[in-house]
Ligand binder design. Structure first.
Ligand code: ATP
Ligand code: MG
Length: 396
């Protein structure tokens, strides 16, 4: 029988919290795989087992989904068989037949969780290896760098046979890390930042600023598809769409042009914190990376965070664009992110934004616009809530 296996990552180290983490993981797996059939999901010895219960299970789609589940460092498909040499040898040859056929070199690696098994790991590997060589005489054993590794695990109740596993989603299970409000633009960085926080177990709530009529339906639809992509990993990604035009116009018409960007970022952060409070989030998350643009210098970040009354996480602060792009490709947001739509941050941008804004001047400019706070409250109240889920059938 073919099953799916996943190895815990950090979860294995979590000590007393391990049970809570384990049950969050199992719950997510059950929820996410249920649409592909009836699977039995259980864990034992830091491994999760997913066993199809009948013929109608779609194991390939389930496996594809499984690769997006946080908390697992390695994943793979495997065959289970009885715990004896004969069954294990036959299982290896039949289950890994095409891989064995295509490889030139291989080695067998065995692990015994059941120490009562009558052979040592070395003996088991040697015997299974000999049986494989009988069946595939073109193969050679290479213990250093084999093309194919055949892994035989003798567990408590069954034996499991598989080839090398793939990288899993990593991180810790959904819903174990608290809630955070993620400022989500349509760019490359912020979906990656949201995904990184979700991978640390956080429930993510998105906040997107739009500036109609300067930003259009296309820009909004882009953000919604990005949210759908991230939700495929995080289970869900609710988004607040905030109408931000009035605040931006107020700043444009009343403040020095070179402070426009920093004033706008402070305004966005104040509104995001209103949503964070309503949603009981403990922190704000942005996709900023130090020095990338004028608003992301150390000085500009200090000026922005002056209005923060909760932690502001910037998971990408030390990453280069190339690294961020690699993750964007891995999580499948990249192609959407590079679609050319206006972001509200790119309208009314000054020709020469200040890279080292002076906080006293920024505060003074805000004091001269007392009505801005009212507009921010109105924007918060007028924001539109939309929910995106892992199983939404949107045309991505
Ligand atoms: P990104 O690739 O995420 O758009 P960026 O490199 O374009 O980032 P900025 O435009 O300066 O940089 O934005 C910095 C961060 O501010 C973004 O990562 C995001 O968290 C937030 N942000 C920018 N625009 C918006 C928006 N329209 N709605 C919500 N958050 C935004
Ligand atoms: Mg951007």
């Amino acid at each position: 029988m073919e099953i799916i296996l996943g190895k815990y990552g950090e979860l294995a180290l979590k000590g007393l919290n391990k049970n809570a983490f384990e049950s969050a993981l199992i719950k997510t797996i059950k929820k996410r795989l249920s649409r592909f059939g009836d699977f039995r999901v259980y864990s034992s010895q830091s491994t999760v087992y997913v066993e199809p219960q009948n013929e109608s299970c779609d194991i390939d789609s389930a496996y594809d989904e499984f690769k997006r589940i946080f908390g697992l460092i390695a994943v793979g498909k495997a065959a289970i068989c009885e715990k004896n040499l004969d069954a294990i040898s036959r299982c290896a040859v039949s289950y890994l037949g095409s891989e064995l056929e295509n490889a030139k070199t291989f080695k067998v690696k065995s692990k015994r969780a059941d120490k009562k098994f009558p052979m040592t790991s070395m003996e088991l590997s040697a015997e299974v290896g000999a049986y494989i060589l009988d069946n595939y005489p073109h193969l050679k054993v290479d213990v250093e760098e084999p093309e194919l590794e055949v892994i035989c695990e003798v567990r408590d109740s069954v034996a499991v046979v598989h080839a090398s596993q793939e990288r899993g989603a990593g991180g810790i299970p959904n819903g174990t890390g608290g809630r955070v409000a993620c400022m989500l633009s349509g760019g490359i960085d912020s979906p990656v930042a949201a995904w990184m926080m979700a991978r640390r177990g956080c429930e993510i709530v998105g906040v997107h600023f739009m500036s109609p009529p300067y930003t259009g339906e296309g820009a909004l639809y882009k953000v919604e598809r990005l949210a759908g992509k991230v939700a495929r990993w995080s289970n869900r990604f609710p988004i607040y769409e905030v109408p931000f035009t009035d605040c931006q116009v107020m700043i444009r018409d009343n403040a020095p042009e070179d402070l426009f960007t920093i004033l706008m970022r402070r305004s966005m952060l104040r509104i995001t914190q209103m949503i964070a409070e309503k949603e009981e989030c403990g922190a704000v998350v942005t996709g900023e990376s130090l020095g990338q643009v004028a608003s992301q210098t150390l000085k500009a970040i200090q000026c922005t965070d002056d209005v923060a009354h909760m932690p502001v996480f910037r998971p990408l602060i030390g990453n280069d664009k190339i690294e961020i792009t690699e993750i964007a490709r891995r999580i499948d947001t990249f192609d959407i992110s590079i679609e050319p739509y206006e972001d509200c941050c790119t309208i009314f941008t000054p020709k020469h934004p200040r890279t080292r804004p002076a906080l006293d001047l920024v505060i003074k400019a805000e004091e001269e616009m007392p009505a801005l706070k009212e507009l921010e409250k109105a924007a918060f109240e007028a924001s539109i809530f939309k929910m995106f889920r892992f199983d939404d059938e949107v045309s991505l």
